[in-house]
Design a binder for this molecule. Structure first.
Ligand SMILES: *Cc1c(COP(=O)(O)O)cnc(C)c1O
Length: 391
């Protein structure tokens, strides 16, 4: 990147991607054509899941997966406070109550011990969740075997929020293969691992769940005679079986997504290389990266640093502003969801999830995208060195 401003994330589009989109523009179908199943197959087979259901965005996939898993009024969905608001909002779209499980102080992933303690209490109170959404924050997988075991014991369903993690692995399994979950949600927003402009996909091994999510994607309408309640009136006939949505992806987007999938391996490799360069170059500075679970390979959507605030004598805000002034497009992921005004209205208060809140005070997201070169990484390092030095 030669621009003066280095963003924290950026898509990488080549001529083949452009040609794939143009081809759709010249074809018969701009939506609901052949590019959709092609993209679905590309992602699901990469992950090793039986089904992929492409949708308008990642948020829509979380919403429909939660609904298709039976989440409704009076039910509960639990997720991590360190995530994008969409992971929590999915529950509220279904009329469910949302609650959070505090994160592990090292990995900043949903903490299995805290989850278990909260489940034990919820069982006594009669407030067990129906759906739990572990978030593979920054690209690193949560401890899915443990969360899955708790799901078996306490009877909740699991949707992995894998928006950061396509291309990553855990215990030799591709993230998104749903070995330890009911479904995994992916996002193809331009800052994510691959892009379709806007877009999302559910991967799942559950045939009926995949069908129901695909049905919800298009108004809850079916044209399959075997699924209909009444006798068909003729070839034009369709039935709405439940209240669904228009959450379809266009063929333009799917063609871009499918073309991007051919580069996923290379993108993932480059992200890992950049992470290695950061690890090496930032060693010795008064900051620390997230703790890594040696059983996994991160998808590296984000490279997070945490400032040793006691040591540096300047605030996160100060360091952040100095980096921005030097043209480094740092960001912060995330403002804990329960601190959002709309969640405060739901009764959440500061202090409820102290590990997440503490993490938020220290965190800065450094630029990380496959189009970065090593010189860009060194530029970030130099800017960090200057910004951390006391004036
Ligand atoms: C990006 C993202 C989503 C979904 O986002 P969309 O923009 O709707 O595709 C969900 N969860 C997390 C953690 C995300 O980062």
């Amino acid at each position: 990147m030669s621009a003066n401003f280095l963003p924290y994330g950026r898509q990488k589009i080549d001529e083949a991607d452009i040609a794939a989109v143009v081809e759709v523009l010249k074809s018969d179908f701009l939506t609901q054509g052949p590019a959709i199943p092609r993209f679905e197959k590309a992602v699901s087979s990469w992950c090793g899941a039986r089904h992929g259901v492409a949708m308008a965005n990642g948020t829509a996939t979380l919403h429909c997966a939660a609904k298709a898993l039976g989440l409704g009024h009076g039910d509960r969905l639990w997720t991590s406070p360190i995530t994008f608001v969409a992971s929590a909002n999915a529950g509220r779209y279904c009329g469910a109550k949302v609650d959070f499980v505090d994160v592990d102080p090292g990995t900043v992933l949903m903490c299995p011990e805290r989850l278990e303690a909260k489940l034990i209490q919820a069982e006594k109170d009669g407030t067990l969740p129906k759906v739990v959404v572990p978030v593979h924050f920054a690209g690193q997988s949560c401890d899915m075997p443990r969360i899955y075991a708790l799901g078996q014991k306490y009877g909740f369903k699991i949707i992995e929020d894998a928006a950061h993690a396509l291309g990553g692995e855990f215990m030799g399994e591709k993230i998104g293969n749903c070995r330890w979950s009911d479904a995994a949600s992916h996002s193809f927003h331009p800052v994510k691992i691959i892009t379709s402009g806007e877009g999302g996909m559910i991967t799942t091994n559950d045939d009926e769940l995949a069908w129901r999510i695909a049905n919800l994607r298009t108004h809850g309408i079916t044209r399959e005679p075997g699924r209909m309640v009444n006798e068909s009136h003729g070839a034009w006939y369709y039935e709405q079986l439940e209240l669904g949505f228009n959450y379809r992806m266009t063929d333009l987007q799917a063609a871009l997504g499918a073309s991007q999938m051919t580069k996923l391996e290379a993108f993932a490799r480059r992200r890992r290389e950049i992470a290695d360069v950061y690890d090496r170059e930032l060693a010795g500075l008064p900051l620390r990266p997230l703790v890594r679970d040696p059983r996994g390979i991160s998808g590296w959507h984000l490279y997070m640093i945490r400032l040793n605030l006691d040591e540096i004598g300047v605030s996160r805000r100060e360091v952040f502003d100095r980096l921005r002034a030097r043209g480094i497009g740092v960001n912060v992921h995330y403002i804990p969801v329960h601190l959002q005004p709309d969640y405060q209205k739901q009764g959440f208060r500061r202090g409820m999830f102290p590990v997440a809140e503490r993490y938020y005070e220290e965190a800065i997201t450094l630029p990380m995208f496959p189009g970065m070169n090593d010189a860009d990484v060194l530029q970030v390092r130099d800017a960090l060195r200057c910004s951390l030095a006391e004036i």
